[in-house]
Structures are given as C-alpha cells and as structure tokens.
Design a protein around this ligand. Structure first.
Ligand code: FAD
Length: 434
C-alpha cells in the first residue's frame, strides 16, 4: 500500500488525511503541537476550567464543505445555522438589522441593504450598485477593495458603516489592505446563493470538537495522528520528495507528502529543495493579521441576542458565549479582527476602551459586575490577502513530484478560513492521488 504523510493536523491536513485514507492509502499525520486543530482549537481557562475557543469562529451558510465535514466526522450539531442572514448592527447606540430578505440570488441582500439604516439613502443606493457590480466582476487590475468601493461612489463613511465590518470579519483585513478581486470572489459565495447561503452560522459546541472528531475518525480508520512530531525538512531523492525528517532525528519514507502548514512554516520546509527560490520568495511575501478575543465573565446574562456587531466603534462582533456554547450564563466574547491597532496595549487600557462602548449597546452590562476578563491573542490568525499576496496563493500541485500543498492560504478563491482549509485539503489529496 502506498504511504502518504500529511504534515499538520489543522483542518486542511485532517481533511487531506481523511481523503487519502478513503482512497486506500496508508496515511500518517505528523503534527508539531501537542493537539490537533491548528488555528481552530479550544482550551480550558486556567482559572475555572471554562472551555474557551482561541477565537470565536463563525461560518456562513455557503461554507458547505465545513458543514459536510462536521457531519461526516460525527459532530453535525457543531454549528447552528439560521435560514437567512440577520445580524443586529449598532452604530452610535442605534440598532439596525443587516439581513437578507426572501428573494433569489443576490437580490436577497440587495433588498436587505435598502433597510440598513446605518448607511445614508445615497450610501444604500451606492451599495446596491456595488453589489450589482460585485455580481458581474471586479476591477481589471490589482487594487484594494477600498479603492474599488471608492470608484463605485462610496464615501469613507459608507465603507466604515458597512463594508469594513464585512471585510474584517470575513477576511480579517481592513478594506484598505484587502485585494479587491479576492474580496469580490469571497463575497460572491455568500451573496449569490440566496438567503440560506449568507446565513451566519454560530458554533454551538467548543470549536476544538470538530478537529478532535476528525482525529478520532482518522484513528478509527487506522491513521495514526502523531502529536509533538515536528517535521524539520523534506527528504528529496531521484527527482522527487520521498519522505520527511523529524525534529527528533527520525526519517519517514513515503510516496506522497501533503504539506498542510501556513506559508511561513512551508517556507522553512521547502527551502532545501532544488529550485525552491521562487516559491520561497513568494511565501515570504505573505503577511498575517492578529485577532484578539476578549472574554468577559459577567455576574449575570447581559445580552439577549446570540451575536451582534458594531460599526464606527472599537467593538466589532460580540457573542453571547454563555447562551451559544453553555457554561457561565454571563460569559460573552468580543472578537476584534485585523487587530494590529491593539498590539502592545495593556489589558487594563483595552478594557477601558471597550467597556464604555459595550455598555452603550448592552445596558444590562452597565449594572452587572465583571467577575473576570481574559484576553486571547492570536498573533498570526490569518494571512492578509493584499493585492500582492492574493496573486501568490499556491496551487496544490508543486514543481516537485511527491509534494502537494494544502492550507487556508492556498489558491481556493475563498477567504483564508476554515472553509478554505477544508477545500484545500480535498484538493491537495486529489492532486496527490493524480
Ligand atoms: C482567532 C481566530 C479567529 C478565526 N475566525 C474564523 C472564523 O470566524 N471563520 C473561519 O472560517 N475561520 C476563522 N479563522 C481562520 C481559521 O481558523 C483558519 O483559516 C483555519 O483553521 C486554518 O486551517 P489550516 O489547516 O489551513 O492551518 P492551521 O490551522 O494553521 O494548521 C496547520 C498545522 O500545521 C502544524 N505545523 C506547522 N508546521 C509544522 C511542521 N513543521 N511539522 C508538523 N506540523 C506543523 C501547525 O502546528 C498546525 O497545527 C480564525 C482564526 C483565528 C486564529
């Protein structure tokens, strides 16, 4: 039986391993950390054992591969998916719904946008025009999404009141740094399929359950998932990648290697391969944005919605964690994406900036006691798809026979996300089998 080695037990690597095993290969997964899940994991809070996620993850109804994987590995209840998009958004204390209305194709959001009061009437009409352009295609040459929106007639105010909320939450990037084509392709997945595809899916289980369930499924199928098994380099002989060398000095031979690791890690793995300079130069161009999650334990429930958003505010998304995943009823999570502006600021100052905003939109929070606050930083949360980086996303097949690539950052057309990771895993496995 041919052997396949998968490097990395994030969602991309786990999915690639499942596919390769299903095709009959003898598969081994090697993961550097002491757990599976990569950038999508849960952990116990050291103070009281509450299960927290490294970041509150959401999906949209269009993330069908994520939903399929959750189903296949036995956690179909991981996500609650409403029939359509309906998110309360606050601006200056005023609430308006960002929602789709019952209509086919992109019309569901176009109609919903007309009711979104945080945009001026002119802004809403421009948004409609931009949504129609979005459906037809984007700019001819590389530019940022903010520049493209300005070209459609949007003001900086419109971008802050709508589009930036979407780009930071979906792409972990400000519209001013995000590639326009990447944004347009990404938004199309949600806009074009009707209301159910744009629905906001919220985790009902700890995030780490999905990867853990995939690991159990693999092990039940005879695939060992070795933890604390860092791959140091790739073995290359007779014109092909033929195995790996581990940090502990062991080598492992294989017919196929799938590297399912982020660009900075891949850069270290491939640099000893012949003619790797171009790929290494590309990989070194990818930058990352941090995400900060702030968990607040209130003495009692302070939110009636399960999730809400805020624009023109330091807050972005607020999740009712106690209601969604269980645990302390007053637990909420603030998710701050593209969080570079918060780096280096101490916890006290961060809370002093966020809490007055929160109390403005959640009046119960003002009268409840905060028992504890925990900041969870993820400094390399996702690659930023700038106009430069977006053109360098790698394809699964490489110049070296025996090596294929997976990972959320590869050329899936999706935002760097769990959906992209899972799609990339399938494609890398298929490329390896081909
Ligand atoms: C805070 C936060 C919030 C997010 N929010 C969302 C969201 O709301 N929705 C969404 O869809 N996505 C979200 N994401 C992104 C999502 O988590 C990632 O896109 C996805 O998990 C990436 O999976 P991956 O398998 O491609 O990479 P990773 O998860 O990074 O997996 C790569 C694995 O490879 C391992 N590895 C690296 N080098 C080696 C080596 N040399 N040897 C062995 N193993 C190695 C790593 O330890 C890691 O486990 C968020 C991410 C973060 C951090």
């Amino acid at each position: 039986m041919a052997r396949a080695i998968v490097i990395g037990a994030g969602l991309a690597g786990l999915k690639a391993a499942l596919e390769l095993r299903a095709a009959g290969l003898d598969v081994v997964v090697l993961e550097a950390r002491a757990r599976v899940g990569g950038r999508a994991f849960s952990f116990r809070d050291p103070a009281d054992g509450t299960l927290l996620d490294n970041g509150q993850h959401v999906i949209l109804g269009c993330c069908t591969e994520f939903l399929k994987l959750a189903h296949e590995v036995g956690v179909p209840d991981a996500v609650a998916l409403p029939p359509a998009l309906a998110v309360p958004v606050y601006k200056d204390g005023e609430r308006s719904m960002l929602a789709s209305l019952p209509a086919a194709g992109p019309l569901h959001l176009a109609a919903g946008m007309l009711r979104y009061r945080h945009l001026s009437l002119r802004g809403r009409l421009t948004a409609l025009k931009a949504a129609a352009r979005l459906a037809r295609g984007g700019p001819a040459g590389p530019c940022t999404f903010a520049d493209w929106l300005k070209g459609q007639g949007h003001t900086a105010d419109d971008i802050a009141a709508l589009w930036n909320l979407l780009t930071v939450s979906v792409f972990n990037a400000d519209a001013a740094e995000l590639d326009a084509q990447a944004a347009i392709r990404g938004f199309r997945f949600g806009f074009e399929g009707g209301p159910s595809k744009a629905a906001l899916g919220l985790m009902r289980r700890p995030l780490g359950d999905v990867a853990e369930a995939a690991r159990r499924r693999l092990e039940a199928a005879g695939v060992p998932v070795h933890l604390r098994a860092r791959v140091e380099s790739l073995a290359f002989a007779q014109g092909r990648v033929c195995g790996v060398r581990l940090a502990d000095g062991h080598t492992l031979a294989s017919e196929v290697v799938v590297a399912a690791v982020p660009p900075a890690h891949l850069s270290r793995l491939v640099r000893t391969l012949p003619q790797s300079a171009d790929l290494v130069a590309d990989l070194d161009q990818f930058g990352v944005n941090p995400i900060l999650n702030v968990y607040l334990w209130y003495s009692r429930p302070v939110m009636s919605d399960v999730a809400l958003a805020a624009v023109k505010s330091p807050l972005q998304f607020v999740f009712n964690r106690g209601e969604l995943v269980g645990g302390p009823p007053g637990l909420i999570a603030l998710s701050l994406s593209a969080a570079r502006e918060w780096v280096g600021i101490d916890k006290g100052m961060i809370l002093r900036r966020l809490l007055p905003e929160l109390e403005h939109i959640l009046p119960y929070a003002a009268s409840a006691r905060i028992e504890r606050a925990r900041l969870v930083w993820q400094s390399d949360a996702t690659v930023v798809l700038t106009p430069n980086a977006a053109r360098r996303r790698a394809f699964p097949a490489t110049a070296w026979p025996g090596l294929t690539l997976a990972g959320d950052w590869t050329a899936t057309d999706w935002p760097c996300s769990m959906e992209s990771a899972i799609i990339s895993g399938t494609r890398a496995a298929r490329a390896a089998l081909a």
